[in-house]
Ligand binder design. Structure first.
Ligand code: MSP
Length: 477
């Protein structure tokens, strides 16, 4: 038997100081559509998501909530897990960075860096934004404040362990230029290369004095310091698949085929992460895909503005499958864009209520009424033709092709007007063709709408096709 292709796909691990919103949902649904597509093709898939639970920002949020820090993390991590359950996310594992196994692995990774002489103790002084979990430079500030968090950064001065990044930069540049680690879209690859060439990437601090931040992984070689954020966070991609203790499992999945992320964390994934992996003598991930940050009705999503959309609100309004579909059909994957609620409703009515839902209702109602026996031919070649869009991460084009096929079907039904056909053989032929079309379209929709597309497939594949229940009730705009 031919060896199966494997696909190891990850999302960022989300900070637990925030509750799941549609920004997180977007990346996670994209990954889920991809892994479902791969599973459908018969590939061996590992889909990873999880939560990033250490750092000052999280300790601060926990303090405000009045809960113990770990309890606070448990509570928010559970919210992410619930949200992904609601959205029918089929992750194979959910990593939490406060897991014992992960912390032990991080400690070992630090030990390796230390033994290899890649860490250096230095005095650190800088402007630190707790909201971003990173040091800002002058040019990041607007009116002396972090533009994202509208607060002044704290001045921080202390002895930290620095990771010697600079020595890895020429190698990383070469690997990125040669696409050994492919950074998509290409504009993002160029951004990363300019960062390296401009010389702004410096050795950076990877630890904190416990007196300033205690919520982190203990360093094995320094009792006074804890790990600080990026070694801990990025290494989730390898600790989740067994590194360093279960190397059989690890070697089965590593290198990652795809890390999904938005541009906010590009630098960490495209520069820090390859450096850590080179330091550990591990292969680099094959592809990073960086999608855009979207705004909501033209504004940045923020608690202050009060326009944060939670996945549950969308699910309550559109249902799970339509929410997944609508999130991905808004704009080409990778572009920076705006999400508009009125577009959601329009799209829902056009593609799902009047499109797919209506076609399924018309065809199945007529078949039931006339008690016709339908044989499906189950031809899948058209499905293969969607593969090129998936390879280009153009989910919008997959959707577009599916919708044009549905429109053709609609035209066919209108033209043949089966409700007027009296000859049973002719009627069987027309509705048989329509059923085959619905079957192939439902197969193509499975990764996007796993429940409803499967429901339609079950109806079509039954001994006797029965009228489908209402799938997508029309919504008022
Ligand atoms: N914990 C770090 C990531 C560590 S990965 C090793 C982090 N967490 S986060 O909670 O801030 O998540 C950022 C990610 O959430 C983005 O990269 C993106 O995947 C997703 N998004 C959050 N808001 C978004 C938008 N408004 N638009 C698109 N994606 C968004 O950074």
């Amino acid at each position: 038997m031919a060896k199966k292709n494997k696909a190891y796909i990850t999302t960022p691990i989300y900070y637990v100081n925030d509750e799941p919103h549609i920004g997180h949902a977007y990346t996670t649904v994209v990954g889920d559509v991809l892994v479902r597509y791969h599973r459908q093709k018969g590939d061996d898939v590992f889909y990873l998501t999880g939560t990033d639970e250490h750092g000052a920002k999280i300790a601060e949020s926990a303090m405000k909530s009045g809960l113990d820090t770990q309890e606070f993390c448990d509570m928010t991590a559970a919210k992410f897990q619930d949200a992904w359950k609601t959205l029918n996310i089929s992750n194979d594992y959910f990593i939490r960075t406060t897991n014992k196994d992960h912390k032990e692995a991080v400690s070992k990774i630090f030990q390796t860096f230390h033994e290899k002489g890649l860490l250096e103790e230095k005095e650190y002084e800088g402007m630190y934004c707790v909201g971003c979990e990173k040091f800002l430079s002058e040019r990041d500030l607007v009116d002396d404040k972090c533009p994202d968090h509208k607060r002044e950064p704290e001045s921080l001065k202390e002895k930290n362990w620095f990771f010697k990044l600079e020595q890895f930069l020429p190698k990383i540049q070469e690997l990125i230029e040669k696409d050994e680690i492919q950074i998509l879209p290409v504009t993002r690859k160029n951004e990363v290369l300019s960062l390296i060439k401009e010389g702004v990437m410096k050795d950076f601090s990877v630890s904190r004095q416990k007196t300033s931040v205690a919520w982190g992984v203990d360093l094995p070689f320094d009792d006074n310091q804890v790990s600080y954020v990026w070694v801990d966070a990025l290494s989730n991609y390898i600790t989740s698949i067994g590194y360093p203790d279960d190397m059989d499992k690890f070697n089965k999945w590593w290198p990652a085929d795809l890390h999904l992320l938005a541009q906010d964390i590009l630098k960490f994934h495209a520069i820090y992460w390859p450096a850590f992996l080179l330091a550990l003598d591990l292969p680099l991930p094959k592809t990073l895909f960086i999608h855009g940050f979207f705004t909501i009705n033209g504004e940045k999503m923020s608690k202050t503005i009060g326009n944060v959309i939670k996945p549950q609100e969308l699910v309550d309004k559109y249902g799970v499958d339509a929410t997944r579909y609508l999130l991905l059909s808004q704009f080409p994957f990778g572009q920076e864009s705006d999400i508009r609620e009125d577009h959601f409703v329009e799209r829902y009515n056009a593609d799902l209520a009047n499109g797919y839902g209506n076609a399924v209702a018309r065809v199945t109602t007529l078949i039931e009424k006339n008690e016709l026996k339908i044989e499906l031919d189950k031809k899948t070649d058209w499905l293969d033709s969607l593969g090129k869009h998936y390879s280009n991460y153009r989910f919008d084009l997959v959707i577009k092709d599916i919708m044009s096929r549905l429109q053709e079907l609609d035209g066919y039904i209108t033209e043949k007007a089966p409700w007027k056909i009296e000859d049973q053989d002719v009627l069987t032929e027309v509705l048989g063709k329509a059923s085959n079309e619905l079957w192939i379209v439902s197969q193509a929709l499975l990764p996007f709408m796993p429940n409803i597309a499967q429901q339609v497939l079950d109806i079509l594949e039954a001994e006797q096709i029965k009228k489908a229940p209402p799938l997508f009730p029309r919504l008022e705009n």
